[in-house]
Design a protein around this ligand. Structure first.
Ligand code: 0A1
Ligand code: ZN
Length: 881
């Protein structure tokens, strides 16, 4: 573990390295506690660099065994070596030379899951961002592109499969039952894309013929016996390959494409060239073990990693400040892929919800940073919702601003111009400017300025003049170390909805550029006048969620109700209803805090009933509309002095009210939606299940709710329905024989399937209420739980902290104390995991005073611990700053 040195890396300090490494030859002799790594690096001094320039390579916890230059061992006096650095003071004067480095590493002891480690007996690597330096000394930075040849040797019985990047060159037998394989990757790549996998795995094979006729062998490697569970992932892979050709003109470039599923992984998956390594949670699925949400995630992540082959691998990042160059763009691409495979509006609403739930609190709290940050202490802490999700929104806005044709022309130019290079955000934007002839300099602030912009909007109708005026004012709130903000270019899609539900046509407009249904907000204030408007319209704003902003709109409840039923844009229509619900919940939570009973209007529950039963609407859309804003969403809207118990009570009261007012019609619909055939994970089947399970959530609040949910559980023919019923029972009927029985039956059915047991941990960790902290503490001793496996820790501890507002924020602070212990426990093995976990406390300052003090005490206790990793120290100190 690297302990903190306090060093801060700055964008403005970037400079190219003195040396390059055009060729990298690696050979591995694998063994759990003493793997021998030999690296033969062809080093080249960059033009114009003095021959006296020292060669300084990165390392991390390495043991150096041997060092040679051009075949001659180096005298000890000519270099300095520490576990973290190798410096050769006087490299040869020749422009090119070969440096041979032998190191030894111990994968079995690597619990940080960076570099070379063992997962369930399988050797695997994770090198992004700075894991390669835990394997050998190297210029471990993304602008050093090298052609790799890799030889892997291992005992054949233990590791029949030997994989690395690129194409297979050769394999053969060796003495003593060992064997070897050699791989060659012709595409120069940065070290973070290196991968090696060796082990005994089951294989699923297929092939794909690219549009130019190249035959590609596809392989998915999984635990033996789980091959059937990889069928969906393989199908998603082939669909992704085809889609990227059709939509972005990107064709695959190697003879093989392999995916390996491992059970110990810090993130979702990794796009290593030709050898993607996946968290097995995002590969393995069938109806019995995976929910519809799991299937959708698998499809999206398979696509995401595959799409990186062009956006990330063929064109990579110059430095880690440019992370959004590959991540934001690739998320945008995977969003578009999923939208094309499923329902576009439903996908978009789900994206909006995710952005609000994860990125908004980040942008509005102590961890806020620009999409392209300028500073970091630990790059691992910048794989954030801002870089990924807001980064994707920024790319989407480029498309909105330029239009689809110019956007595609810009993408084509970017891919052509920078193929084989390590690029920057400036390069990316320049490609769009050059292709479109447009100036994106104000727009570029989306990359450079942190914080969620807000638009305050009011409107007025003048019947005599037949004019409709919209007043817009923009502001960008201050964020850490950025108090003054510049004015942004915000593309705001809108509609003026007439009484017939159609968008009204205006004669002329002044006050802003208005283009194809989009107002281009560029100044602090705009007063926009539409003429030729025959009646007062209902104003529909931020259609399609055209910009990742917050809106403060003065709008009549009447208009919101009207838009909930009539807006032709499904995202804005969903938003109108969601805003009504949020406003009602905020008011109710205030009433509850003031000791009163919450009051809700009859119209709200009637509207919920209408939406539920409106067969003209997509089922998945109805399910999303019926899901009440989450407790954390309501808290975020309230902003400060948060009392999670009052919010919870308000939400329960509204759910009950909706259930009681619409009981018979919801029940009738629930019966009509019963499953009557084969399971299919497609959008239509998933939509029907989503709606039926959303109805169950309401119906469970009525008399006999527990037995209805118990029947739902017993009759479930797939994991989506089973998990939904289990959640309803555990959350709404905790402690009843039905809930206890369902939990026990689920546990005994899936005791040997860790990924499914994660759902069991998750359901229990999210049971609302003060007592859950004790349940979670007890579950840490369950035989299926392990502090070393990130999926287990996230399912139990992560869920408790992120998805249990009343449990985690227990008024006596016990939730925080327990969580603090868990973070430190994780830290001993895996600092990256601990740091990510700790971000659950990022909104602590918005709590009411009592909880705030207790949360701060926990953060101070963590930060006062000796020898913290850079990862955890960076996060905790930023949260406390
Ligand atoms: N590039 C991967 C995400 C990733 C980042 C870091 C990792 O290890 C620390 C692993 C994966 C992606 O975007 O999918
Ligand atoms: Zn990615």
């Amino acid at each position: 573990m690297r302990t903190d040195t306090g060093q801060v890396f700055k964008l403005e300090d970037y400079r190219p390295s003195d040396y390059l490494i055009p060729l990298t030859e690696l050979s591995f002799r694998l063994s759990p506690d003493a793997t021998e790594v030999k690296a033969v690096l062809t080093i080249e001094r960059r033009d114009g660099v003095a021959t006296t320039a020292p060669l300084v390579l990165d390392g991390d916890g390495l043991l150096l065994k041997k060092l040679e230059i051009d075949g001659t061992p180096l005298a000890q006096s000519t270099y300095t070596v520490t576990p973290d650095r190798l410096e050769i003071a006087h490299p040869p004067e020749a422009k090119r030379f070969k440096l041979t480095i032998e190191t030894e590493v111990a994968p079995v002891h690597n619990e940080a899951l960076m570099g070379l480690y063992l997962s369930n007996g399988v050797y695997c690597t994770q090198c992004e961002a700075e894991g390669f330096r835990r394997i050998t000394y190297f210029l471990d930075r993304p602008d050093i592109l090298s052609v790799y040849t890799v030889r892997v040797e291992a005992p054949k019985a233990e590791a029949p499969q030997l994989l690395s990047n690129g194409n297979p060159l050769e394999r053969g037998e060796m003495a003593d039952g060992w064997h070897y394989a050699v791989w060659h990757d012709p595409f120069p790549k940065p070290s973070y894309l290196f991968a090696l996998v060796a082990g005994s795995l089951g294989i699923v094979n297929d092939r794909f013929v690219t549009r130019s006729g190249r035959e590609v062998e596809l392989g998915i490697y999984v635990e033996h016996g789980k091959e059937k569970l990889a069928d969906y992932a393989m199908d998603a892979l082939k669909r992704s390959m085809k889609w990227d050709e059709d939509v972005f003109g990107c064709e695959y470039d190697l003879d093989v494409f392999n995916i390996v599923a491992v059970s110990d992984f810090n993130m979702g998956a990794m796009e290593n060239k030709g050898l993607n390594v996946f968290n097995d949670k995002y590969v393995l699925a069938d109806a019995e073990t995976a929910t519809d949400a799991d299937f959708a995630n698998i499809e999206a992540i398979i696509a995401h990693e595959y799409f990186h082959n062009w956006t990330g691998n063929r064109i990579t990042c110059r430095d880690w400040f440019q992370l959004c160059l590959k991540e934001g763009l690739t998320v945008f691409r995977d969003h578009e892929f999923s939208a094309d495979q499923r329902s576009r509006p439903v996908k978009r609403i789900a994206e909006v919800r995710t952005l609000r739930a994860h990125q908004f609190p980040e942008d509005q709290g102590p961890l806020a940073h620009p999409v392209r940050p300028r500073r970091y202490r630990e790059i691992n802490n910048f794989y954030t919702a801002t870089v990924y999700e807001k980064g994707s929104e920024v790319v989407r806005m480029i498309r909105t601003v330029l239009g689809p044709e110019a956007f595609r022309a810009g993408m084509d130019l970017y891919l052509k111009r920078h193929d084989g290079e390590a690029a920057t955000i400036e390069d990316f934007l320049k490609a769009f400017e050059d292709a479109s002839g447009r100036d994106l300099s104000q727009f570029a602030l989306w990359y450079h300025q942190a914080g969620t912009p807000n638009l305050t909007v009011s409107s007025a109708y003048n019947a005599a003049a037949r004019e409709f005026t919209i007043e817009i004012e923009q502001s960008v709130p201050p964020t850490p170390s950025e108090s003054r903000k510049r004015l942004m270019h915000i593309p705001l899609a809108f509609g003026l909805v007439g009484a017939d539900g159609r968008d009204m046509v205006y004669e002329s407009v002044e006050g802003a550029t208005v283009d194809d249904g989009v107002i281009h907000v560029r100044k602090r204030r705009h007063s926009i006048r539409f003429s030729g408007i025959a009646e007062r319209p209902a104003l529909s704003l931020n259609r399609g969620f055209s910009a990742p902003i917050t809106l403060s709109v003065e709008q009549k409840t009447e208009d919101r109700i009207f838009l909930s039923g009539h807006d032709s844009d499904p995202v804005a229509r969903w938003q109108a209803f969601n805003t009504l619900l949020t406003e009602a919940l905020i008011a109710a939570s205030r009433q509850i805090r003031g000791g009163k009973r919450p009051v809700f209007s009859d119209r709200l529950s009637a509207l919920a009933g209408q939406i539920a039963c409106d067969d003209a609407l997509e089922q998945a859309y109805r399910a999303l509309a019926l899901a009440l804003p989450g407790e954390a969403d309501i808290a975020r809207e309230i902003g400060n002095d948060i009392d999670p118990d009052a919010i919870f009570a308000a939400r329960e009261a509204l759910a009950k009210r909706i259930a009681e007012e619409n009981g018979p019609s919801l029940r009738d619909l629930y019966e009509r939606l019963r499953d009557n055939g084969e399971f299919s994970p497609d959008a239509a089947g998933a939509g029907r299940r989503a709606l039926r399970n959303a109805l169950l959530d309401y119906l469970a609040l009525l008399t006999d709710g527990a037995s209805l949910a118990a029947d739902h559980f017993r009759l479930a023919a797939n994991m989506t329905d089973r998990a939904a019923a289990l959640t309803v029972l555990a959350h709404r009927h905790s402690g009843t024989p039905q809930a206890t029985g369902a939990l026990a039956s689920f546990e005994s059915r899936y005791a040997n399937d860790p990924l499914v047991m994660d759902k069991w941990f998750l359901v229990q960790a999210s049971v609302p209420g003060a007592q859950t902290v004790e349940t979670v503490r007890r579950l840490t001793s369950h035989r299926g739980f392990s502090m070393s496996n990130p999926n287990r820790v996230r399912a139990l501890v992560g869920t408790f902290a992120n998805a249990n507002q009343t449990g985690f924020h227990r008024a006596d602070g016990e939730g925080y104390r327990f969580f603090g212990e868990m973070v430190l426990e994780a830290e001993r093995r895996n600092p990256q995991l601990a740091a990510r976990l700790a971000t659950a406390m990022r909104s602590w300052r918005s709590l009411e005073a009592g909880r705030r003090d207790k949360a701060r005490a926990t953060l101070l206790a963590i930060s006062g611990t000796e020898g913290l990793s850079t990862d955890l120290r960076d996060i905790v100190e930023r949260m406390l700053a």
